[in-house]
Design a protein around this ligand. Sequence first.
Ligand code: PLP
Length: 389
Amino acid sequence: MIPLCVPVLRGNESRYLNECLTTNFVSSVGPFVDRFEREFAVATGAPLGVACVNGTAGLHLALREAGVGPGDRVLVSDFTFIASANPIIYQGAQPVLIDSEEHSWNLDPALVEQALADGVRQGRPIKAVMAVHILGQPADLAPIARACARHGAVLVEDAAEALGAGYTAAYDWSGVTLPPCAVPPVGTNGADVVRGVGTVGLVSAFSFNGNKLITTGGGGMMTTSDPAIAKHLKHISTQAKLPGVAFIHDEAGFNYRLTNLAAAMGVAQLEQVGDFLAAKARIAARYAALCQRKGWVFHPQLPGTRTSNWQPSFLVGTRRDALIEHLNKTGIGARPLWFPLARQKPFAGCTRYGGAVADRLGAEGITCPCSVNVSDADLDQVIATLESW
Ligand SMILES: Cc1ncc(COP(=O)(O)O)c(C=O)c1O
């Protein structure tokens, strides 16, 4: 089997894990957690990082910081993995599903504007917008941020799939009050990225699940530019315990900590992120060229943005399921893209703006092997199988 997307652990992972074992720092206290937070912030250009147990937990706390509570409404992409929307439910709020635009497969800014304006007109303003950078492709955040500012909504980012993606100097942020950020280091996010994803919203969350660009087995990181928010994120993700030996807690917190073991993996993986991104770009170029020959639609990239190519994906037409079956039968790990949330039981009753693009992505989208260590021979075999379909 040529797998879809598996971890590659060929750096300092075992050395750092061993260090945790020999020093007995295996749990949530230990030097790797702080180090991972610091080094991750540098890699993304975000001022501050707060580690957490997974990306879903990070999104949950992002929504809490945005003040989302029972009865509130939150805009989210209809076309995304379900974990983008579940935390809205955790907060007792209602997701409002927004279709994708064809140019990036992310939130359609025109529909965001329409839904926010409707909320204000109805006397029930939308509380927050969860902008997902799907499959590593940055969302068109400037018009979304402007609409949020106009209509009083808080912007948060689901950057779970998008470590390494960002915006170049050509991207137009006019009219947006941007939080401070550093330029991500060359070789991490690409030579011409001047703002990484996860540096625009109030809080953003990244995932280190096993299939992500870097993995800690399971893990996540929240980024923010606000020191008070970072401090509070740390506090509520660690049971909201006040400093000192006594068990005194000032609010109902969460056990959303990342372990030192996981953080050790994260530090080792982060050291290799430049190589991983280069490998993903090489793989994506092969699939993009194939799509040109076949007349298939490769995941488009917005001008002024740089994708991380996390999972290069494309639309193959209405015989998608037959193609996936054929690939799987020949030992190739291909999968469909997500059905829209509107078609998933927990979200079937949600208000939906548009939906035709999300429906098409869900019906025709496919993603194929893209592990960073996929061999040329295996990739040749995948491409040849697709080519002859
Ligand atoms: C778009 C998106 N959001 C959120 C998540 C949740 O991350 P995690 O699996 O680390 O909880 C994932 C990945 O799993 C994802 O792909």
